[in-house]
Design a protein around this ligand. Sequence first.
Ligand code: BG6
Length: 467
Amino acid sequence: MEPITLPENFFFGAAMSGPQTEGRWAEGGKLENLWDTWSIENIDDFYNKVGSYVGNDFMTMYEEDLRLLKEELGFTTFRTSIQWSRLLDRDGELNPAGVEWYHRLFAAAGEAGLEIFVNLYHFDMPTYLFRRGGWENREVVDAYENYARKAFAEFGQEVRYWFTFNEPTVEPEQRYQEGVWWPFTKNFNRARTVQYNISIAHAKGVQAFREAQSAGLVRDDARIGLINAFMPPYTKDDPSDADLEAVRMVDGINNRWWLDLVTKGELPADVMETLAERGCVLPVRPGDDAILARGTVDWLGCNYYQPTRVQAPSRDVDDAGCPVFADKYVWPDAVMNESRGWEVYPKGIYDFGMTAARDYPDLEWFVSENGMGIEGEYKNRDASGKVQDDYRIDFVRQHLTWIAKAIEDGARCVGYHYWGAIDNWSWNNAFKNRYGFIEVDLMENYRRVPKLSAAWMRQVATSHIVS
Ligand code: BG6
């Protein structure tokens, strides 16, 4: 393969989240979040009964981890999230121990030579707010706004890159539509209410950021963005009109909803119309349009793992009485990551880039997550004990190759963050699928050990040549 070069100012980094790494879930005044409570109440739902409590022990290991990201992987940037449940107390006031930790972490990232990217929400609502209705309750939107304002005021001079949410499509889908995560609800309409209220929360977060910046609380060169999982939609090779209609709605709800919000400050009219026609009523309040109009961002993060393949639905309405817009479709040529059950389709990131360039030409974006989680790879070691993860090299190489082509063809993609660069806790899958270039050895106090792929990643990140 011919080596491919990525632009000089293209950045490489690691994406992680607070609830999946920090641990010390009940120390320093931290409140329970949804994951902690679910772990306490039903530990059997978690792979090998490993709940949220320790994460990957990042609060103990963070200095070493930051050094590994910089020195072993050659990264210059690093994303994590603040845990709402650690930063604020039940009255919505700052928790001193949480404040101290994040100041310490952000300073340590700077000292390690890493630019920190801070996300405010990564599926981790404080449980007491969830018990009040979570995102179905508009008061929780107000609580989020207060949280965002406090975070901007406290850390505004330290952090340059801020994000309001990670994957605001995924939380409604996993918790309310597919019923995979607590509270295991399967109701399409409730999922859209959650999605709508998160959109309002996002826009209020952006407004809070702009106000904090005007007031001099946030540095002048700071930027605000949103991170979503963009799954380019595909259907059968010879599609019917109904198949194409399925694509329109799935793309509309998962992708265009957020792309329109962050570039135009509005939600896609065709999607809103179809939802209303099919009886999906959103909790719209007078004045919401003006709130959403403030939701435009400075740039966007695109998490890319897999495409969406859909076809016309086999029924119009489901058992809960909600509209059905599409059925899943398995592409006969699909290459699967069997561990995770996700299709591997590197060209999807190119297709996203081309759609963004065509329909949202002013939008600057970066790949904010991409990664490969594999089960049982610790069994596959060389004589020195290093995990032999050549498939991870191949996975990243293929994605970077398509990203380079997208840039060449006009995509405004400016960087790449690998998800879970150091193995971390994957929600109810716990440590089943490992994503890292750096192994976390659970049998030896969370010891960090670079895998085979680490040296390859370092070579690419420091040279910008993908070989
Ligand atoms: C993304 C999330 O959806 O994918 C991460 O932002 C998550 O939090 C990652 O860990 C990989 O998915 P999973 O379920 O295998 O951990």
